[in-house]
Design a protein around this ligand. Structure first.
Ligand code: ZN
Length: 201
């Protein structure tokens, strides 16, 4: 059994700019980070050989509280959550998204709770006191479902920069985002330029 003290030293963790949009990251950003723990441009592509990569990602994204509650025994559950979120980001139709996300909401016990913040203002939060996988299994599908309810499906996407299949949330005003990061955008633009030159255009 792997030692799991929850106090592992910081690694040289980096993430491409564009994967999260602010610090601390919101729950949609955390969903993007989890899906993108499988990154076909990395070698090896799957960083979830343990929960360490995602724990580091959570800490870097300003969610040390969730990271502390994530243990090696949660690895299978975390991978299952990732697989379902990937399906949701790749869903082509609303019907498909409904079929994927509703069972996730039920299984994750994503029940909104009325909470009062430090300033005395009430608000609704899913799993407000949970950490680790329990928090993630409730909050990430809830955030995705809320976004779909507000903007249909077009704000959830996967990168057009082949072979990259990383996920992103399109927060642009025009709703025209196609790439997971500036890096993939530049890579695709360079490839298109080379193709045009080769074709003599
Ligand atoms: Zn990409």
């Amino acid at each position: 059994m792997t030692a799991d003290t929850g106090t592992s030293p910081k690694t040289d963790f980096t993430m491409p700019p564009g994967w999260i949009h602010r610090l601390p990251a919101d729950d949609l950003d955390l969903a993007v980070l989890l899906v993108n723990s499988m990154d076909l441009l990395e070698d090896p592509p799957d960083r979830l050989t343990s929960v360490q990569w995602y724990r580091d990602a959570l800490r870097t994204a300003g969610h040390a509280d969730i990271a502390e509650g994530l243990h090696e025994r949660d690895l299978d559950g975390l991978k299952e959550l990732r697989a379902l979120l990937r399906l949701l980001f790749s869903a082509d139709t609303l019907e498909e998204a409904v079929e994927i996300v509703n069972p996730m909401l039920v299984r994750g016990a994503a029940v909104p709770q009325l909470v009062v913040d430090e300033d005395g203002c009430p608000g609704l939060q899913v799993a407000p006191t949970a950490t680790g996988l329990e928090a993630l299994a409730a909050r990430l599908p809830a955030a995705a479902a809320e976004l779909i309810a507000e903007s249909e499906l077009r704000r959830l996407g996967t990168c057009a920069g082949t072979p990259c299949e990383c996920a992103f949330v399109d927060r642009s005003r025009s709703g025209s985002r196609r790439f997971c990061s500036d890096w993939c955008n530049d890579r695709a633009a360079a490839a298109a330029y080379r193709a045009r030159r080769k074709a003599g255009l």
